[in-house]
Design a protein around this ligand. Structure first.
Ligand code: GSH
Length: 217
């Protein structure tokens, strides 16, 4: 498949973990892209009708690439892997792929939706929301610690010897747990070790939310 040369456009918010997943994958795949900020916290720009046309769920991210608009971060990651297989962000063996997906699902289904800022309005007050968010984030971190202590051991990646989508999902979620939800992660030593090592990796350094934040506020 011929890949058009136009620059991709990522609709995203600097502090959004789902946005960071896609930003990191674009960097890892060495793709040129422009990021357009959709402020989901103060201005609630995701709720506008103009953004609904781009993304029916009115969430970030959305990715315009190859002349099409993609929504759902994991669909974007799969598309990037399918259309730009090198460098690969998925292990080559079925078992390691399954291990990668275990970690990915723990984050994308078991943590992220249960701490999304969009849930806040469904709780009577901030205290109830915070209690719910912290419970499910902690439960997810416990699960990740057990899974990663088996797959990563002393390696610097979640699965195998390469950067994969498991790392790309893990780092933004741990960043949120620490920075947004004030969760003490020191009781998850494998998670901490991987998180700290991966933050130094160029993919995460170059796509880090603090870099994007500058200029969007
Ligand atoms: N499953 C979606 C989840 C998207 C999502 O929840 N995005 C959050 C930010 S990480 C958002 O836009 N929240 C604002 C809202 O729900 O109003 C994906 O992976 O793209």
């Amino acid at each position: 498949m011929a890949i058009p040369a136009e620059r991709a456009v990522l609709y995203a918010f600097w502090a959004s973990s789902c946005s960071w997943r896609v930003r990191a994958a674009l960097v890892a795949k060495r793709l040129s892209f422009e990021e357009r900020s959709i402020d989901i916290v103060k201005q609630k720009q995701q709720k506008t009708e103009s953004y609904r046309v781009i993304c029916p769920s009115q969430k970030v991210p959305a990715l315009v690439i190859d002349g099409v608009t993609l929504v759902e971060s994991m669909a974007m990651l799969q598309y990037l892997e399918d259309t730009r297989p090198q460098p690969s962000l998925a292990p080559s063996t079925p078992l390691l792929r399954a291990r990668m997906r275990e970690i990915v699902e723990t984050v994308v289904a078991g943590i992220q939706p249960l701490q999304n800022v969009g849930l806040r309005g469904s709780f009577e007050d901030e205290a109830h929301y915070t209690k719910f968010v912290r419970h499910w984030t902690v439960r997810g971190l416990e699960t990740l610690e057990e899974l990663l202590s088996r797959t990563a051991r002393d390696r610097m990646y979640c699965v195998g010897n390469q950067l994969t989508y498991a790392d790309i999902c893990l780092v933004p979620q741990v960043y949120n747990a620490v920075g947004r939800h004030n969760i003490n992660i020191s009781t998850y030593p494998t998670v901490v070790r991987l998180y700290e090592a991966l933050l130094k990796d160029n993919v995460f350094a170059a796509s880090h939310p603090e870099k994007v934040k500058i200029g969007t506020q």
